[in-house]
Design a protein around this ligand. Structure first.
Ligand code: RIB
Length: 313
């Protein structure tokens, strides 16, 4: 049971978060550098971790103390068992995640360089089976949520459908537009309360290159998103709420070993801040502190901090 949260000026109910998205088994190798085309390099270490942008975000919310449910799909295989067990053990409600007998659980191959930067290739597998019919069958679950988080590792038509449904039900809809696609449908953008691209994703979405994130954010606002949060990596974050003055928040200086899921942890913590009724500035500050811990640890879900650890920074 999640108790009411104490916030400045009183006690507020912690809002319920629903993540609709991907679950992947991450196969990771860390080398001195990411190989060039046609090159082979030897890894310094490797391993398998729980991953998938959706699952990473759900697990991060749960570890930070949020009330979170996950919708998505895994295969009827050992990787699916592993991912569901790990989410369940960390407090994520996974009772409505589909088991698909005809597809393997999603997989991601991740290569890291010595600075912790990554390159990722994803094989969607069961994630591709998350369709509009499944979303419709989960309407009661969506109705129970207050905040709905999505990414783009399930079919984009499904994301549009779910965003329209959640929007029509008055939910707060957050989109992590990753992996980015050049043109997001207008009906999707119109139902987004918060969109959080990084600079590369913003460029794909709007054509505005790195350094022109103010212009890119403005474009997304004009196209219907209500609030735009651009993560700028080591340079922090740029927030533009519609009708308000935009602001920057610097990043915390840390030595990164693995940047995988930094964006996922940022988004999860930001959503949890909203669930507690905090301002965008407070949400962004909390999110940056969480992401700054995540990049100092290996793996995606394995690197997510628990609420108690946040006092350390
Ligand atoms: O955002 C990081 C995630 O992207 C990894 O866990 C991998 O599964 C890919 O989905």
């Amino acid at each position: 049971m999640h108790a009411p949260t104490r916030i400045a000026g009183g006690v507020s109910e912690l809002k319920k978060i629903l993540v609709i998205g991907s679950l992947n088994l991450d196969i990771v190798a860390k080398a001195d550098r990411i190989p060039a085309t046609g090159e082979t390099v030897l890894a310094r270490y490797g391993g398998q971790f729980g991953g998938g942008k959706g699952a990473n975000q759900a697990l991060a919310v749960a570890k930070l103390g949020g009330d979170v449910t996950m919708l998505g799909a895994v295969g009827a295989d050992a990787a699916g068992d592993f991912l569901l067990r790990s989410l369940r053990e960390n407090g994520v409600n996974v009772e409505n995640v589909m088991r698909v007998p005809t597809e393997p659980t999603g997989q991601a191959w991740i290569v890291l360089n010595s600075r912790g930067d990554n390159s990722i290739v994803v094989l969607s597998g069961a994630n591709s089976c998350v369709d509009a019919a499944y979303i419709d069958s989960m309407r009661p679950v969506i109705e129970r949520a207050d905040i709905v988080i999505m990414q783009l590792e399930i079919p984009i038509e499904t994301v549009c459908h779910a965003a329209c449904l959640a929007g029509s039900l008055g939910k707060t809809v957050i989109l992590d537009p990753a992996p980015a696609v050049p043109d997001l449908p207008g009906e999707l953008l119109a139902n987004i309360d918060y969109v959080k691209p990084n600079e590369t994703e913003l460029e794909l979405l709007t054509g505005c290159p790195t350094g022109e994130h103010q212009k890119g954010a403005q474009q997304l606002l004009v196209r219907g998103c209500k609030n735009v949060i651009v993560s700028l990596g080591e340079r922090g974050v740029f927030c533009h709420e519609s009708g308000k003055e935009a602001f920057y928040m610097p990043a915390l200086p840390v030595k990164a070993v693995d940047t995988t899921a930094a964006g996922d942890s940022f988004l999860a913590a930001f959503a949890l801040g909203l669930a507690r009724g905090e301002s965008v500035r407070a949400c962004a500050d909390f999110a940056q502190r969480v992401a700054s811990i995540v990049v100092t640890r290996p793996g995606a879900q394995s690197s997510m901090p628990a609420a108690a650890e946040l006092g350390k920074l």
